[in-house]
Design a protein around this ligand. Structure first.
Ligand SMILES: [Fe+2]
Length: 354
């Protein structure tokens, strides 16, 4: 049994005003090779705790001055220490009181050394388990952080890939994401859902990478067939993402970002709450950004035009709650599009933006 205890790493402090009991317990603990200190009062114990890294305090309950429970409370408030209470007065303090003050265990006097040692070993084993669990938790959190940063980087790279092929919309997805997140925050969506929304918004036009460049970049009006091809970008975006297990339904959200509240959108003409809330938010942000932002082939139509479009069609094309939130963040909170961190390649030819 002794071999399963990491004795060299553990330090114990015995607190008892009875010299004989202190000596017996010190001897018993040192006999199994564990480092041990002794104190005759609560105050003396606190002094030792300041100077040494004690793992377990074994304290008498009835001592002159500070009693064992008061000492336990002070120890638990300041140190990562387990406390075992020794009591000869069963009934004076209940088990609930002793454990309620933070003690890990208690033992009744007269103390049988084998039982005492067994209880000490159990506390040591529990500390080891707790330490291992905390280390594992820290490791998991570190890896989760790395995974989130990697996922963010990959999605950002996907976003830039689209914009390199379609430079007229450079920064469009980033700006749509900014407005979508501001709308969602005003609507009171939980932060995790906003994180997913941001990720969907930043790659909402991902499917455009499957559209021939000559159509994507065609100046002037598109032919009906060309327009149909461009509309296919929502299906293409869905197909690219559908097998990736993101923590949020990104493929579905992107698939629906051109649906409209009254069923007049594409690809399926679904309506109302059949459309993901995140897709309804991206739809409003997408339209707003497209109208409000400058395009190389035309100047910005202005914030006012964008506001007019949203106001004129809220409740018909656009979710009224989302549209209201959009107007609020723009008109009341003074929302403005921030600059992107890394600019996409500048356009070198005339491009049709959609
Ligand atoms: Fe789109």
């Amino acid at each position: 049994m002794e071999n399963d205890v990491r004795k060299d790493e553990v330090q114990i402090l015995i607190v008892d005003d009875d010299d004989a009991i202190r000596d017996v317990l010190l001897h018993g603990i040192r006999h199994i090779g564990i480092d041990c200190y002794a104190a005759e009062s609560g105050l003396a114990a606190l002094e030792i705790l300041q100077r040494h890294e004690i793992d377990i305090v074994v304290s008498d309950i009835n001592m002159p001055g500070m009693n064992g429970l008061e000492l336990t409370q002070q120890i638990k408030a300041q140190y990562d220490c387990d406390v075992m209470i020794m009591t000869g007065f069963v009934g004076t303090f209940t088990y609930e009181e002793i454990i309620g003050r933070g003690a890990s265990d208690f033992i009744q006097k007269p103390i049988r050394i084998p039982e005492f040692i067994a209880r000490i070993k159990r506390i040591i084993a529990e500390r080891d388990t707790r330490d291992e669990r905390n280390q594992a938790l820290t490791e998991i959190q570190r890896n989760l952080g790395k995974f989130k940063r990697a996922m963010d980087g990959i999605v950002q790279a996907m976003s830039l890939t689209v914009e390199f092929r379609d430079p007229y919309t450079a920064g469009h997805q980033e700006r749509v994401a900014q407005l979508a997140c501001a709308i969602a925050a005003h609507m009171g969506l939980p932060q995790d859902r906003i994180n997913g929304l941001r990720m969907a918004a930043i790659i909402h036009d991902l499917g455009k990478i499957t559209i021939p460049a000559e159509i994507l970049c065609k100046p002037g009006k598109l032919l009906p067939l060309e327009y149909e091809l461009i509309k296919n970008h929502v299906q293409a975006g869905y197909d690219i993402l559908k097998k990736i297990e993101f923590p949020w339904p990104l493929a579905d959200i992107i698939y629906q970002h051109h649906e409209r509240l009254d069923g007049s959108g594409y690809p399926n003409g679904v309506e109302g709450e059949q459309i993901h809330l995140e897709a309804r938010i991206i739809a409003v942000s997408d339209v707003f950004e497209t109208i409000a932002s400058h395009r190389p082939y035309r100047p910005s139509l202005g914030i006012n035009s964008a506001v007019e479009e949203i106001r004129a069609n809220m409740g018909r094309l656009y979710d009224p709650v989302v549209a209201e939130a959009c107007l609020h963040v723009v008109e009341e909170e003074g929302f403005s599009f921030g600059k992107r961190k890394s600019p996409a390649k500048p356009p070198t030819h005339s491009v049709k933006a959609l």
